[in-house]
Write a protein that binds this ligand. Structure first.
Ligand code: WTA
Length: 655
């Protein structure tokens, strides 16, 4: 999907709508001036920006960065001291204590609640004291495996209050995946709930945690939130009910002073090789980046409602569901359910019910809802919406136009925000009110961000007119990840060695003649399936763990709803029949090993895979076959056995 042809419907320029003028805080001129200052006078720029946060000790050092892969070190605001939960809660209490901090909308449309900043303070302090009671201390890693309920945010904030490092694992990952993540960061504590519910279906969270702990070992205590009230297994002495402990602890917990470079959280994400990496973000730089980008991109005012539909298991749920809105003292909406339950108009119903002002969602959800027809949207008022956002994958012009016309009634700008788990927050995005929009373009760099394009050899592609290449970033920014947890070498190799001294994003991009940036998609072996990042290597290793599989290669292919689908080439062991049952079994196997997000869409049984004479699988060819671009297979003369390709083409599953 993410190739140039995807944007072939030549995009027109959509001017900033007049309706947006009353909300706009930044004009084009102001953006240009601030951007210039952020690049030319970074110390002065960041010294001003620091004031967005309340510091226990205001930093005097701005940045100290070395991107040389052999001496890689990144520090921002290194002598600053602050606490994240204080910045997200306590400092708002005087002025905004009775403002709503979070609105919760249950999977069941009959369930919702509103929590003020004062209530949030109470809940977070109590949970922080519960964590202390079960033995958590500063620097400990705490794994969260939670449904989308207010307690999930309390848990994140409670960790930050006492200086523990949270690692949120998406509730859709399997016990095996959860175990791998618990083990990798040697997490001795888990916070979970009895069950989650999505689309009226229960998700056995506690049961999965129990299985994960059996696999991983080393977990001392589990704090469990009672959500559905289902019967669950219980290990006396290890498991603790939140609703019981909360009655035994104080409603005050002093925020722990943290150094700006102390670890804040770990979030596992897929790369092109190996197991998922523990992306580590630190306290001061991340929070400032979250606070600044949230405020700059979404311009949310006191009293407005911001709805980010991402799950807290992904980085968007960290930065724009939790930390960005709360650091700015506004209202964030937490939705437990799915867009299609009870009906495919749930998003629009929720927007009206809670008078949502800004909606931030993913193209995959838009494509699925677009298919349900306009009438479902038009049955709702939606007049509270003033701004729309998109994140997670390139948005195709059809989905963009539908979002703009049908959902936004032509009056809401769309901010198409490009960023990554690694970048902490938005990197390239239009600012509403400042930039005319081009459907499909991530548009303009955020303050402090210097994007550039390089060719395969690492030479800069420069000049006027249209340019295409691999997207790199030329200088550090506060929200940048600091390391791969426990594997600094991998951090250096993955991001700073391909093009020495530059941060390599893994994405391809185009800069047009107006200097608008267009992200064309991953250029490495990372898939983007329904906005979820998956490594082909992870899926391949899950497949080859099956006793009947000899070899597997996984590639992406264009998928109407998911953006990319998972296409697996599988060579079975000699004597095993490639039957429909085997296909179903392998799909179920991957679901079990990794989680439903990784379920293969297509399995093609292959007697052999195309390899070079040195034994390297030729993925380029496999991608073309999966994409059904059979006349673009290119040079196959370097293959060890060219006949292998003919067989794959002849037996390509139709559809
Ligand atoms: C892709 C999600 C095009 C990109 C915040 C990136 C996008 C990967 C966009 C990161 C966008 C994200 N336009 N592509 N607006 N936003 N991507 O770490 O390929 O889950 O490298 O972070 O998603 O995915 P991640």
């Amino acid at each position: 999907m993410p190739d140039e042809s995807h944007f072939a419907t030549a995009p027109e320029l959509v001017p900033v709508p007049d309706d947006y003028a009353p909300y706009s805080r930044t004009s084009l001129k102001q953006y240009q001036e601030r951007y210039r200052r952020s690049i030319e006078e970074p110390d002065a720029f960041w010294t001003e920006e620091l004031r967005r946060l309340d510091w226990i000790k205001t930093p005097t050092e701005i940045s100290n960065v070395n991107w040389d892969p052999d001496n890689l070190s990144i520090e921002w605001f290194a002598d600053g001291v602050l606490n994240v939960s204080y910045n997200c809660i306590d400092r708002h209490l005087d002025q905004r204590g009775n403002d709503v901090a979070l609105i919760w909308e249950g999977d069941n449309p009959g369930l919702h609640s509103a929590i003020t900043y004062r209530q949030l303070h109470n809940h977070v302090c109590r949970m922080a004291n519960e964590l202390k009671k079960i033995g958590v201390t500063k620097g400990d890693r705490v794994t969260l495996y939670m449904p989308m309920i207010p307690e999930a945010l309390y848990a994140m904030l409670a960790c930050t209050r006492i200086g523990a490092v949270h690692s949120v694992v998406f509730g859709g990952f399997s016990p095996d995946s959860l175990a791998g993540r618990i083990k990798d960061c040697e997490s001795e504590f888990v916070i979970t709930a009895d069950q989650g519910v999505r689309g009226n279906k229960p998700i056995p969270l506690k049961e999965n945690v129990d299985r994960a702990i059996e696999i991983a070992g080393g977990v001392k205590a589990v704090l469990c939130v009672r959500h559905t009230g289902a019967d669950i297994g219980w290990v006396e002495g290890r498991d603790f009910w939140h609703h019981e402990l909360t009655l035994q602890v104080d409603a005050n917990c002093p925020p722990e002073p943290m150094n700006a470079e102390d670890p804040l959280f770990i979030l596992y994400t897929s790369g092109s090789t190996g197991k998922p990496k523990g992306v580590l973000h630190t306290t001061g730089g991340y929070l400032l980046w979250a606070a600044m980008t949230f405020d700059t991109v979404f311009e949310v005012e006191r009293g407005e409602v911001f709805w980010c539909t991402a799950d807290i298991g992904w980085v968007t749920g960290h930065t724009y569901l939790t930390y960005g809105p709360l650091a700015n003292g506004v209202t964030t909406l937490v939705f437990e359910g799915i867009p299609t339950y009870p009906k495919a108009d749930r998003f629009w119903e929720v927007c009206d019910k809670h008078k949502v002002n800004v909606l931030y969602t993913a193209p995959t959800a838009l494509r699925a809802l677009m298919r349900e027809g306009d009438a479902l949207v038009e049955a709702h008022d939606l007049s509270s919406l003033r701004l729309l956002g998109s994140v997670g994958e390139p948005i195709n012009p059809e989905a963009w136009a539908w979002y703009h016309r049908v959902v936004g009634k032509g009056k809401c700008p769309i901010v198409d925000t490009w960023w990554q788990t690694e970048t902490g927050g938005c990197m390239i995005t239009p600012l509403p009110g400042a930039h005319d929009l081009k459907p499909g373009a991530a548009s303009k760099p955020m303050y402090g961000i210097e994007p550039a394009l390089v060719d395969g050899e690492g030479h800069f592609i420069e000049g006027e007119g249209e340019l295409t290449g691999n997207l790199v970033i030329k200088r550090s920014w506060p929200g940048q990840m600091r390391t791969v947890y426990g594997d600094h070498k991998r951090f250096a190799e993955t991001y700073f060695s391909t093009y020495r001294g530059l941060y390599f994003t893994g994405d391809g991009a185009r800069r047009d003649a107006d200097h608008y940036w267009w992200i064309t998609g991953r250029v490495d072996d990372v898939l983007n399936v329904s906005g979820h990042r998956l490594g082909t290597a992870e899926i391949e290793s899950a497949l080859v763990e099956h006793v009947d599989v000899a070899e597997a290669a996984v590639v992406g292919y264009p998928h109407d709803i998911k953006g990319q689908g998972v296409y697996c080439y599988v060579t079975l062991n000699a004597g095993v029949e490639p039957t429909a049952e085997m296909e179903a079994e392998l799909k179920a196997h991957v679901r079990k090993e990794i989680g439903p997000v990784a379920t293969p869409d297509v399995i093609q049984f292959a007697p052999a895979l195309p390899k070079t004479r040195s034994g390297k699988i030729m993925r380029r060819i496999l991608r073309k076959i999966a994409e059904n671009q059979l006349d673009a297979l290119g040079d196959t003369s370097t293959l060890a056995e060219p006949g292998v390709v003919d067989d794959l083409v002849a037996n390509r599953p139709q559809g």
